[in-house]
Ligand binder design. Structure first.
Ligand code: FES
Length: 247
């Protein structure tokens, strides 16, 4: 489609309102925040479910199914289990009508009012450049933890720690960056989170510490939460990907 399609009258949506419509047989979600309009594909990229009823805050919408969160301005997937962005569409107002264009997102030139900057539909999320070649893993590769019996036992113990949102253990999620023996009976673990704002962070840290300190020969486990390099979905094992429906 190259023409604008009218999807609502401007007085139909008050700040905070939203409207789910079909444009060219595509489900789209129109959202008004203050005086800005946003239009995105009404399909969660995790499992193809509608996003329309999800809570919206800080110009982000959260899928009610499994908690994935998307930026309404860029479409970026901000939170697991989604890893792919949602499409963002151009919006403009014209003579009291709100119009969208589903196959173009260069909305600055034609926009008359309230057109948030948006990337091309389907634009990939931010690159994964933050992961160094030393720590990046692919497919079902194990996290790069030193290979010895002690580390293996600790990894097995850490597999008992399950991310409560994703229901996958933290080892298969690729959250464990390093395990070190600091002294007799004292180990140190560098672990990360799928998102710096992950609400399960404190719980995962505490459970990791407890799981390790239950091991024979470990009296103290120090858990260091690190955000560098940032976690990316590439760190997950194939099993974890399968469970999340990521291919
Ligand atoms: S369908 Fe949206 S997070 Fe799973």
């Amino acid at each position: 489609m190259t023409d604008w399609t009218t999807v609502a009258a401007t007085d139909e949506l008050q700040p905070g309102d939203r409207k789910a419509v079909f444009v060219d047989d595509e489900p789209v979600l129109l959202v008004r925040i203050d005086d800005d309009y946003f239009c995105v594909a009404d399909v969660c990229t995790h499992d193809g479910q509608p996003l329309g009823d999800g809570p919206i805050a800080d110009r982000q919408i959260t899928c009610t199914r499994h908690g994935a969160r998307f930026d309404l301005t860029t479409g970026d997937a901000l939170c697991m289990p989604a890893t792919e962005p949602i499409a963002v569409y151009s919006v403009r107002t014209d003579d009291g009508q709100i119009q969208v264009k589903t196959n173009e997102v260069e909305n600055t030139a034609e926009a008359e009012t309230s057109t948030p900057s948006a990337p091309a539909a389907g634009q990939p999320a931010e690159s994964d450049d933050g992961v160094s070649s030393e720590t990046e893993t692919e497919g079902d590769a194990e996290p790069e933890v030193a290979e010895n019996d002690g580390a293996s036992a600790m990894l097995e113990a850490l597999r008992e720690v399950i991310d409560p949102e994703l229901m996958i253990n933290i080892v298969d999620l690729g959250l464990i960056y390093d395990i070190r023996e600091e002294a007799d009976d004292v180990v140190s673990v560098d672990m990360t989170l799928t998102s710096p704002a992950c609400p399960a962070g404190p719980q995962l840290v505490q459970q990791s510490k407890m799981a390790l300190e239950r091991l024979e020969g470990v009296t103290e486990a120090q858990i260091n939460l690190v955000m560098t390099p940032p976690w990316t979905p590439e760190r997950m094992t194939d099993d974890a990907r399968d469970q999340l429906g990521i291919f």
